[in-house]
Ligand binder design. Structure first.
Ligand SMILES: C[S@@+](CC[C@H](N)C(=O)[O-])C[C@H]1O[C@@H](n2cnc3c(N)ncnc32)[C@H](O)[C@@H]1O
Length: 230
């Protein structure tokens, strides 16, 4: 299980520190002339400001009923319309081709295998309008960080423990209160580039941060913008 319902319960607090990605995805959405889709929309943390900035309905897909319920409530409070659908990003299928599909906060890492990711990328590619963009971000694995955090308990932002399974390239995050677990499987730059290749997409930009910093040896985040061929 990559995402327990017990994690949804504390997601708002868990994600409160993550704000720097929002303007990045909002700008991509502003530049898109057509439907907007967020994969793994969660509680609408990004989809709501995107809908506010563009005046468009954002279609959001997520497997978690609890996360979608949070998104519904938060969208009503914000006065925006989200088209929220319970579903798996591996089965993405749209009625209308999208101008932008995006997947923030490392959510593609919830897919356990390369085959799961390949399937998702192929569905994304088939769902984009010509020239449409697919953007996502994911952390770059740092063994120093892993060595520091493996097996450790942390109180912030929500009390939790982290464990690394290196041969499985997986991190398990377990919340104290609910036992809710979020598992992520890290990927290398070449794995991402392989996915882009097999899905027939083109890399438009690969940044090392949300401010458009070039990827460098110090970068710990991949920020990808790809597009469907014209
Ligand atoms: C880290 S949250 C990201 C939520 C939101 N995009 C954000 O940026 O705050 C990860 C989300 O991925 C969802 N998820 C995990 N596996 C999924 C899958 N195969 N298809 C769709 N959603 C999935 C979880 O339910 C959870 O809501």
């Amino acid at each position: 299980m990559s995402w327990d319902e017990g994690f949804a319960h504390r997601y708002e607090e868990w994600s409160a520190h993550m704000t720097e990605d929002v303007p990045f995805y909002v700008e991509l959405a502003r530049a898109a002339h057509g439907p907007l889709v967020e994969l793994a929309v969660g509680n609408g943390r990004v989809a709501i400001p995107v809908a506010q900035a563009t005046g468009k309905t954002v279609l959001g897909i997520d497997t978690s009923p609890s996360m979608l319920e949070h998104a519904r409530t938060r969208a009503v409070e914000a006065g925006v319309t989200l088209d929220l659908r319970e579903g798996d990003m591996r089965d993405l299928s749209l009625d209308e081709p999208a101008a932008l599909i995006y997947c923030p906060f490392r959510a593609l890492l919830h897919l356990p295998t390369w085959a799961d990711r390949r399937r998702t990328f192929e569905r994304v590619s088939a769902s984009l309008a010509p020239g449409g963009r697919f953007a996502w971000n994911a952390f770059a694995f740092d063994h120093n960080i892993a060595a520091r955090l493996d097996g450790h308990h942390q109180d912030a932002p929500v009390p939790h423990s982290l464990s690394y399974d290196v041969p499985e390239n997986r991190v398990d995050i377990v919340l104290d209160e609910t036992g809710g677990t979020s598992s992520i499987w890290w990927a290398t730059r070449n794995e991402w580039l392989g996915l882009v290749d097999v899905a027939g997409l083109e890399v438009e930009a690969l940044y090392g941060g949300f401010g458009g910093e070039p990827l460098s040896p110090e970068s710990r985040e991949y920020v990808f913008v790809t597009r469907a061929r014209l």
